[in-house]
Design a protein around this ligand. Structure first.
Ligand code: SF4
Length: 342
């Protein structure tokens, strides 16, 4: 088996030329800002899901200055349903900081980018390579998988020493020419060929030098992290309703659904008012726990047991442009439909 860094990047680039993705919306009219927004949206999220969100986001906030000026509620409204809402809050905060520190542009160095909220080393590398055309190194989940398999790298990539080895390898393989194409190619290779459970090795441009392929068991790499048992929590959501309106509160900016609008949360063992009507319960899965949600309807204008700070009445038939968690948005729609039936 022969392998050299240049051969690897040449093979990846040749594959990119005929098979790589070149028509994604953030690959058109490229700016560091558009690349940044797309990279943040694509974290933990598939391209097909991101596409409509990206288009709507760019239509509303075409420049970094537009994003910085927008109210956070409007930004989170555009994030409704995309999940991991801290990404939206950090994006907004980082846009404001960039306006203050860099006259409305993203900085073009690794350190300055990484000093902004929500931008890690790999995202900063992607912004520099794809947005600024610099030679920079990325190591997202897709790239890590390709490298782990190609070099049969053992060890848990979450551990510092293993992560260091991955970064060193990623750096050694990144070419000085056509770095943007190589960066996109590696992302595409991981997303479309060297996939988690069914790598399409027969079509892979680096198959002849791939050690995991030679060993006959590519999915052994990267080493799987041991899964922790996911705990389940309970919460009661108290829905005060008066005619077509419900009472909602903005959640604190940190913690789950930070800064989003939801119904007042009661402890799971709280004693409910007699007139309260239980609605069907449902489960929502977060990355570290599951939340068993019991919505309870209470037809009253008097808001029980909660302060009216950060709260407002919301009209079901004309929902305002606020950030709602996806399950709460669905609940609002069901309540609106039920209102029409009543
Ligand atoms: S040969 Fe298979 S395992 Fe190796 S990098 Fe290509 S797709 Fe991944």
């Amino acid at each position: 088996m022969t392998f050299s860094n240049a051969k690897f990047s040449d093979a990846v680039l040749a594959w990119f030329d005929h098979a790589g993705r070149k028509h994604l919306p953030w690959q058109q009219a490229v700016t560091p800002y558009r690349v940044w927004v797309s990279e943040i949206m694509l974290q933990q999220t598939q391209v097909s899901t991101v596409l409509p969100y990206f288009q709507r986001f760019m239509a509303s906030f075409p420049t970094l200055a537009d994003l910085a000026r927008a109210p956070i509620d409007e930004v989170l409204h555009h994030w409704t349903g995309l999940g991991y809402y801290a990404r939206g809050r950090n994006l907004h905060k980082a846009a404001q900081l960039s306006c203050e520190r860099y006259a409305g542009a993203l900085p073009d160095t690794l350190d300055a980018l990484m000093a902004l909220p929500g931008i890690g080393r790999s995202t900063a590398g992607a912004i520099l390579a794809l947005g600024f055309g610099q030679r920079a190194v990325i190591l997202d989940g897709n790239v890590k998988r390709v490298l782990a398999r190609h070099q049969a790298l053992a060890g848990d990539p979450a551990k510092a020493a293993v992560s260091k080895a991955f970064w060193a390898l990623a750096n050694a393989l990144t070419p000085t020419q056509r770095c943007a194409d190589y960066t996109q190619a590696m992302m595409d290779l991981g997303a479309t060929l060297c996939t988690r459970s069914k790598p399409a090795c027969s079509r892979c441009p680096v198959q002849t030098s791939c050690m995991a392929y030679a060993q006959g068991e590519p999915t052994r790499y990267p080493e799987k992290q041991r899964k922790q048992a996911v705990p389940t929590r309970e919460a009661i959501l108290m829905i005060h309703r008066q005619h077509d309106q419900v009472w909602m509160q903005q959640r604190p900016s940190t913690g789950i659904w930070g800064g989003l609008w939801s119904f007042p949360e009661w402890p799971a063992d709280a004693e409910l008012p007699e007139q309260a009507e239980p609605l069907p319960a449902f489960m929502h899965v977060f990355s570290h726990f599951r939340l068993h949600i019991r919505p309870v309807l209470f037809s009253s204008r008097a808001v029980l047991g909660v302060s009216d700070a950060n709260g407002r009445w919301v009209t079901l038939s004309d929902l305002p442009a606020l950030g709602f968690p996806a399950p709460i948005y669905s609940l609002l729609q069901r309540l609106g439909a039920r209102q029409e039936v009543c």
